[in-house]
Design a protein around this ligand. Sequence first.
Ligand code: GLC
Length: 741
Amino acid sequence: MIRKTNYGYVVDKNNVFLHIGIYSSNVIRLAYTNDNSLPNSTFAVIKEINNIEASLDGNKIMTENLDITIDDVTLKVSIFNKEGVLLSKDRNIDINMINVEKEILWEQGFYGLGEKYGWMNHKGSKFSNWNTDVLGVTPLHNATVDEYHTSIPFYIGLDRDKAYGIYFDNSFRTKFDFGREVEDILSFSAEDGIIDYYFIYGEKVSNVISGFTDLTGNMPLPRKEFLGFQQCRWSYENREELIEVAHKMREENIPCDVLYLDIDYMKDYKVFTIDSKKFSEFKEMISHLKSIGYKVVVIIDPGVKVEKNYWVYEEGMEKDYFVKDSKGDVYIGEVWPGDSVFPDFLRSEVRKWWGALHKELIMDGIEGIWNDMNEPANFNDDSKTIPKDTIHIDDNGDKKEHKEIHNLYGFYEAEATYNGLLEIQPEKRPFVLTRAAFAGTQRYSALWTGDNHSIWEHMESSIPMFMNLGLSGYTFIGADVGGFAGDSNGELLTRWTQLGVFTPLFRNHSAKDTLHQEPWCFERKYTDIIRKYTELRYRFISYLYNLMRESSLNGSPVIRPLFYHYQQDEKTYNINDQFLFGKDIMVCPIVKPGMTKRMVYLPEGEWYDYWTKEKLVGGEYIIADAPLDIIPIYIKAGGIIPEDEVSQFISNSNDILYINIYKGEESKSKIYFDDGTTFNYKEGLYSEIEIAVEEEDNHLNISLSIDKDNYRIPKIKLRVFGWEDKNSINLDFSEIEVELI
Ligand code: GLC
């Protein structure tokens, strides 16, 4: 018999309890245990149940949007929407094997799982989730390797008028099979732990994602400057080299906001030290760079060098902060510094300690922290990580084996870093970049997709990877532009930069002993195109910032598969090589050498070629021209796109904003402004304007109104495309300075 509880319902059979948590009318949790209490969630889940709106009728639980029927003998569950459509049906639940089998019902596609290689749609494939330092895994990033730096055990099942998500809240190694083993069965299982998952319904994919980020947290609004171009290299070896890159960028007029220091800035790879021989007058250097518009980010790896008198090591040893081996001794692995120990980030005390260690760097003027090797990577074990039976201690003093914490390790480190930075500088939004992550890490850190190679295939595969990351709650993402390992070349770097313009994290990075790939390193013709595109990125900063704001409120990705907005159109379900950058911009990268034309699918409606302003009718494929200096971009008719003036770095003092109206049917949009740096917006210190466009009696009426004016609204210059006669435009605005140009 199903019984009511304070979190929802419970039913048991033969000592197995099925807990049904009701998180909202769309989100329910199904956890199978051997006792009567609801199990703890992992670090990923932050939502709590506050009021349960559901009722029970025999074996049926009803929420406003779902009917959940439970077989009280087998404990199998079926979930229906209110139209009676079956959304999810258990085929088999195996508590001992921690395995759930579901019938593949109507689904056209399966998406998500975060950072995965291969095409976007996972149907017919299987995957394993175990955070892995992939560089050196033979045969490198490709479809035969499926364990990457980040694991997000969340997928979306999609069909035209329905979509749902399943988040498997289990941090051990998990496996997903989307009809590979048996054509009509989808399964997910874990190496250990319990079956504990969430079913998230949304007729639309966007609702599924917002349900998931409501559960696991939204990305905080990032500092606007970190949306600028970022230049990295393993490594800028000394002060002179870094300053030279900084100056050259300005000389070349290539906009850039962020520079990175990779591991060689440290003394013997000891975290929280600086090699003052190579980087003399560090603080003065950072302040010089700041004066010409740069924010400097430094790398911090979790591995702490084993060395007597090195204070991080000594302090951590003294306080017993490092991961232990199964016998109870501190586990010693090997990373860049040689013998290394690993902070036990599971404990909040250790995270606080780690966070506070950043103080000196921040006082020196460092503006962001890059967390790498945090799977954690380990060179002296075949598993490439620390052994599964190493021991962590949680806040209650209980021991946990690494196999349970492994996938969360980078997540906990990101939390330590984010909150550490916040503690040190409460007024600034922290910037953290991580390689390893889990569901929910978007709460603390941007993510890059780790060690790719300078090969065309890796640029191509980054597109579906980004789309699946976005569908998995991760918005602030990017890949190493130009490719990390191996030599890049002018054409590849150019095409990759064109793609990078449309990724929230836009960072050029390359490995030691490879050809340098800063924007000027190949022939001039490439530098010129790279400049043009970096400038294009800076024109889109306000547009992107608005998308990031939206994402911080509801989890909506910036890089969106076409079906995000055209869910009814099945032709969009397997498009891997184009994406929407927000609602209105379609981006169609060139991912092959020598290619100067490509097929582009334009979904229904009218579109404008961004470059020629030619109007096109969607609903079909077109052939787009794409000479080397063109990445095909299309704007949806009705799009209202803010455009900034190009600057060499982002400052909030721009006093002109262009607004480009691409005439379509009636349209409306809001544009948001704040100081880009602090948390004042949370106290309402922001401005927002609304623009509305409609056609009436051969006139175009454009109205601009202020929704909120607690920050600053720049002078607006309006441009209208797709409407020839300027004299028939009626402008309606008050209190905003607007000029039609
Ligand atoms: C790892 C990182 C890479 C970095 C290198 C040295 O391979 O993924 O980005 O440059 O370590 O720190």
